[in-house]
Design a protein around this ligand. Structure first.
Ligand code: PLP
Length: 374
């Protein structure tokens, strides 16, 4: 039996065999565990997608429920306007600088399309968040890859050297997914100042609120100063609203307009009303930050005890080296009822584990030695 099938698939297959039913080939095709494409697996602890299981905040839930009465209306005039006004005020930009998306994924895709079409090339670290490079690849864009440093941080100097005239977009995920690491803010600023004369720099700040000093790490001040830079954020991480699909980005109005052209679905009234409430709920954000920090400490402690190397994370996940092939580790963890992150080549004996609830993390702490003992 292929061990990476889910329990549900196994039962379906066993039931089909027992009944003498021919099982369609696609049912027999096991999907990799922990990828976005894997089917929802009930009853398993999800430490695989960097979600925040404490969300949405009580205030966001109340706002989303109250928004039912508004759900018959399109979001454009109303929820979007209010959301954009709030973001513009918080970030010190005009509404024209704000791009709204159905999650930041939509903005990553739209930007990849805007700059990757017609022979535009991209430059990104490896490994990094694949949302944009993968999507741009589908429209024929080539992405140059630059390895991380030995500390698993973006190698900005090497990235600077790799830019060619064909590179239209440089992607920097900070903090980086899957490593959780951040680049030094001053080096990052210098990099953007230099590179943005040759290409647009997209800074993915999905986890910025979980860093030790978000104000120092964000590059939004460069947007205010008219650089060729796009900064994206999401409600999916610290705000615990991944299912509500709200993301936004900040860019000079001409760049923002170009990206908007390629948007597809946009966000929705309930998500946006929840987002407006959550962004103003400092208490919940502090709570999330605290819980994620505790989760990181627990994983660090386990790694220290078991002698595993790990990257210093400023996010809601930790990337560490078990020394076991990641597909074997994933299967072992799934047998213990826990989903962990997908393989991130070339780090194929490293695992990315998202921070869950306290209870989830206790289950992880119990499962880890068992899985590693096999
Ligand atoms: N950017 C990074 C770095 C991520 O890790 C993720 C999701 O895991 C996203 C963007 C996409 O998030 P969303 O589309 O939910 O905003």
């Amino acid at each position: 039996m292929n061990r990476s099938i889910t329990r549900r698939q196994w039962f379906r297959r066993a039931a089909g065999a027992a009944a003498g039913v021919a099982v369609a080939p696609q049912v027999l095709t096991a999907r990799p565990v922990g990828t976005r494409r894997s089917p929802p697996v009930d009853g398993l602890i999800r430490l695989s997608s960097n979600e925040n299981p404490y969300g949405p905040s009580p205030k966001a839930r109340a706002a989303m429920q109250a928004a039912f009465d508004e759900a018959w209306r399109y979001p454009y005039a109303g929820a979007v306007e209010d959301f954009v006004a709030l973001i513009a005020e918080r970030e010190g930009v005009t509404p024209e600088h704000v791009i709204v998306g159905g999650g930041s994924s939509e903005i990553l895709h739209a930007t990849g399309m805007a700059y990757g079409l017609h022979g535009g090339e991209l430059l990104a670290a490896n490994p990094t968040y694949e949302g944009m490079p993968r999507y741009a690849g589908k429209v024929g864009a080539y992405t140059h890859r630059v390895s991380l440093t030995d500390d698993l941080v973006h190698d900005l100097a090497a990235m600077d050297r790799r830019i060619t005239p064909a590179v239209k977009l440089v992607f920097v995920c900070n903090p980086n997914n899957p490593t959780g690491t951040v680049v030094d803010p001053e080096t990052h600023r210098d990099f953007i100042s230099s590179v943005s004369r040759r290409a647009v720099v997209f800074v993915d700040e999905a986890y910025i609120e979980l860093t030790d000093d978000p104000a120092a790490h964000t590059m939004v001040d460069l947007v205010r100063h008219d650089y060729n830079v796009i900064v994206s954020r999401t409600l999916s991480k610290i705000h615990g609203m991944a299912g509500a699909r709200v993301g936004y980005a900040l860019a000079r109005p001409d760049i923002a307009e170009r990206v908007r052209t390629f948007g597809m679905a946009g966000s929705n009234v309930m998500g946006l009303r929840g987002a407006i409430a959550s962004l103003q709920d400092a208490e919940f954000q502090a709570f999330s930050r605290q819980k994620m920090a505790e989760g990181r400490q627990l994983i660090y402690r386990l790694c220290d005890e078991m002698g595993y190397r790990y990257a210093a994370s400023q996010t809601n996940f930790v990337f560490f080296q078990t020394g076991k092939p990641i597909d074997v580790f994933q299967r072992g963890m799934q047998d213990q009822g826990i989903l962990v992150g997908r393989p991130f080549p070339p780090y194929l004996d490293w695992a990315r584990v998202s921070i869950g609830t306290e209870q989830d993390m206790q289950a992880f702490a119990t499962a880890l030695p068992k899985v590693m003992a096999v």
